[in-house]
Ligand binder design. Structure first.
Ligand SMILES: [Zn+2]
Ligand SMILES: [Zn+2]
Ligand SMILES: [Zn+2]
Length: 146
């Protein structure tokens, strides 16, 4: 078994610049890479799209810059490879619709980042057949309290 654990890469250094610390798993509420989002995210491939490289059939990622569908780091790492080759860093998971930024090395909070909401909404519609139940987008927090 090969281990890459000790090899340092440029990407890890970038991660440190943005304050990525080990164990920090909370979704970020902002991301400097949102300008790289595709300008047309209202038309995206469906959640059952195959990886464009190895045809892996499920739980793939959608590149939010070029809308390529690629498999996860647990399959053949094609989304990760795509990021390393192109610098595209924003990806949406078709398995749980979470958004990951490879440059920030963190999940992004779709509820808090308005630029991500249109594509999240489209993906949710494709996956579940209905729009997502956004909570407290406009500061209506605590709608259940009287
Ligand atoms: Zn980012
Ligand atoms: Zn693949
Ligand atoms: Zn891409």
């Amino acid at each position: 078994m090969e281990s890459n654990a000790s090899s340092s890469s440029a990407w890890e250094e970038v991660g440190e610049l943005y304050g990525a610390e080990s164990g920090w798993v909370e979704a970020r509420k902002s991301c400097d890479h949102l300008p790289s989002l595709s300008t047309d995210l209202s038309h995206i491939p469906g959640p059952d799209s195959h990886c464009s490289r190895c045809q892996h059939p499920a739980e793939n990622w959608l590149c939010l810059t070029c809308k390529d569908v690629l498999c996860s780091r647990f399959i053949n790492k094609h989304m990760l490879n795509h990021h390393q080759e192109t610098g595209h860093c924003l990806a949406l998971s078709f398995s749980d619709l979470s958004v990951w930024c490879f440059a920030c090395d963190a999940y992004l909070d779709v509820q808090m980042i308005q630029q991500l909401q249109p594509v999240y909404e489209v993906a949710h519609l494709l996956k579940f057949g209905q729009r997502p139940p956004f909570q407290a987008i406009n500061g209506n927090e605590g709608s259940f309290s009287s």
